[in-house]
Design a protein around this ligand. Structure first.
Ligand SMILES: [Zn+2]
Ligand SMILES: [Zn+2]
Length: 336
């Protein structure tokens, strides 16, 4: 099964990334009915979508390897199974590298770190939110759009990844060679991206997305597009814009983000440059004019939360529906 998955992996060209998921049946009793295949997006770079969040695997079977991000909670078993199919049963990575600490990127981190007995690395400015020192700046549903609407129903509890979590060392990516990490703050205070200069492969987390989560059609279809990532969770729009500019200057040939199908084509550097040039913050929102102020201990100060009319409108609609139904019921009672 391992050989089969490796062959499949090698055989898959980048175009295959856009096709429907390839599954193989494992030969031993599986934790899940199907083992997901880690797909190759560049030499020694694998991609595993777990629900709507992506995980990346840096390194090759038989060598040192590391995992970038850890997906949603409760997905550790399928991540381990996919990793074993690619790297070999009993093989383990050197480290879990976090682009940032939002729940969709760290949900299974503790389980994975415990299973493999390995450290988790994050930028120092992200650590307050991973060690129960501070909550993240609150999300901002008033920026508008599909994911912002849905963020009203998303309540992320603070996570404590001690004793596994530690600081990313300066100028070095633990567990892999040829990669560097780049501070790309804005979406979160200590957000980082990973870049391999030799062939300009970029793992960008939520600094940017390859699907438009602000539009309902983009969210449902998952159609490839360079777009803002996690708009309601972004706590500093000016820094986000500067980070997007910095990433565009790297002229990446391949971009794998936290959300969306990874992108790779000859025009990608120009597309990224155009995207950076026309990058706009939302028209309004809590962190558009003023960022959340944070430091090594987490939140220092927050701009005032704008009035969010949607919960009010929802309650008002429910009250009106209740009144209408109640009136109908009373009429019915009177008729009897
Ligand atoms: Zn995020
Ligand atoms: Zn995300």
């Amino acid at each position: 099964m391992i050989r089969k998955s490796c062959e499949l992996d090698r055989a898959l060209s980048f175009r295959d990334v856009n096709r429907s998921r390839v599954m193989v049946r494992p030969s031993r009793p599986p934790l899940h009915k199907m083992t997901q295949i880690i797909r190759r997006i560049a030499p020694d770079v694998g991609w595993l979508p777990v629900s709507f969040a992506n995980i990346y695997f840096l390194g090759r079977p038989g060598g040192r390897w590391a995992v970038v991000d850890a997906g949603l909670p409760g997905r550790a078993a399928e991540i381990i199974e996919a990793a074993e199919a690619r790297f070999g049963t009993g093989s383990k990575p050197e480290a879990i590298l976090l682009t940032h600490g939002h729940m969709d990127h760290i949900g299974s981190a503790r389980r994975l770190a415990e299973h493999w007995d390995i450290p988790i690395y994050a930028h120092p400015l992200e650590l307050p939110y991973l060690t129960a020192k501070s909550p993240y700046p609150p999300s901002d549903p008033t920026v508008g759009g599909a994911i912002a609407f849905l963020s009203r129903f998303w309540r992320a509890a603070p996570r404590d990844l001690r004793p596994h979590v530690r600081e990313l060392p300066p100028g070095k990516v633990p567990g892999v060679t040829g990669w560097k990490w780049i501070a790309t703050p804005g979406h979160s205070p200590g957000h980082v991206s990973f870049f391999r200069a030799s062939d300009r492969v970029l793992i960008a987390g939520d600094a940017v997305a390859t699907m438009n989560m602000d539009s309902w059609s983009g969210l449902v279809s998952g159609r490839q597009a360079l777009a803002r990532a996690g708009t309601p969770f972004t706590c500093d729009w000016q820094a986000t814009r500067a980070s997007v500019n910095e990433l565009a200057q790297l002229r990446p040939n391949v971009i794998g983000c936290g959300h969306g199908v990874p992108m790779s084509n000859a025009e990608l550097p120009e597309r990224m440059e155009n995207f950076a040039q026309r990058f706009r913050a939302p028209r309004s929102g809590r962190y558009v004019r003023q960022p959340a102020q944070t430091d090594n201990n987490g939140i220092v100060d927050l701009p005032r939360a704008p009035f969010d009319p949607v919960p009010f409108a929802t309650v008002a609609s429910l009250v009106l529906i209740g009144i209408a139904l109640g009136a109908g019921y009373l009429e019915e009672q009177e008729r009897r």
